[in-house]
Design a protein around this ligand. Structure first.
Ligand SMILES: *Cc1c(COP(=O)(O)O)cnc(C)c1O
Length: 236
């Protein structure tokens, strides 16, 4: 199947899952996870109507920006971001989805202040509490958003999570619902600089589950572009 056909099929799934859950399909954005795909594939996905692109690696982001690969769609950063590369991302992307630790948040604040901008971000939650994964603990989020006025050049737009790989439909529902409940708690408190309009959760294996559980942005790679060939590279 072509990229255009895959995107059309996913959009049909989004609509079906949203309507089944009594939701407006327009509330759910499709973010193409473009890692290891070149500018041509990115352009095809945008032409097919994805809402935004998500890039994992700074080097790929910089390369594809220089090729104007994202023209016509917002670009997000969704990968692990080293603090020494913050300069190459702040102000270059519409949203940094993967703000996963305090040190990174501080660096983004400092760089955004230097540039005189406000950078939109999501707070990444370590939802399976897996050692290997980054992210704030779910219990850290409320105390953190309470202090966001200390980060005037950063605006929290929502939450992002990468739950464990889904083996069976429904496996990750408990995680998705936990995040959704947290977003309801945050909204109720009406903090400065903080909204939770975006709940970025759901990937190729579980996006219909995520939509049923309240996701407003799914990040899809494999189902759009096909399986990534990791033998060609040691990159993430
Ligand atoms: C690669 C990636 C995705 C997409 O994963 P697929 O299973 O290929 O859909 C989503 N989010 C992040 C952060 C990723 O790195």
């Amino acid at each position: 199947m072509s990229i255009a056909e895959n995107v059309a099929a996913i959009k049909a799934d989004i609509e079906k899952a949203a309507l089944a859950a009594g939701r407006d399909p327009k509330q759910i954005k499709l973010c193409a996870a473009t890692k290891m795909n070149g500018a041509d594939n990115v352009r095809q996905a945008i032409a097919a109507g994805v809402d935004c692109c998500g890039e994992n690696r700074v080097q790929e982001l910089t390369q594809k920006l220089s090729e104007n690969a994202y023209e016509g769609a917002p670009v997000h950063f969704i990968g692990h971001l080293q603090t020494n590369k913050v300069k190459q991302v702040v102000g270059k992307v519409d949203l940094i989805q993967s703000v996963d630790r305090m040190k990174l948040l501080e660096c983004i604040q400092a760089e955004a202040a230097k540039q005189g901008i406000v950078q939109d971000i999501l707070l990444e939650i370590n939802i399976g509490e897996e050692e290997s994964k980054s992210g704030f603990g779910i219990e850290d989020i409320l105390p953190l958003v309470e202090k966001m006025s200390n980060f005037p050049n950063v605006r929290v737009k929502g939450l992002m999570a990468i739950p464990p790989v889904c083996e069976n439909s429904g496996d990750n529902d408990k995680f998705f619902l936990e995040i959704r409940n947290l977003s309801v708690d945050i909204t109720a408190k009406k903090y400065d600089n903080v909204s939770v309009d975006i709940l970025s959760m759901g990937m190729s294996g579980d996006y219909t589950d995520a939509i049923r559980c309240g996701s407003t942005m799914i990040r899809v790679g494999t189902a759009i572009f096909g399986a990534r060939d990791y033998t060609k590279s040691h990159q993430n």
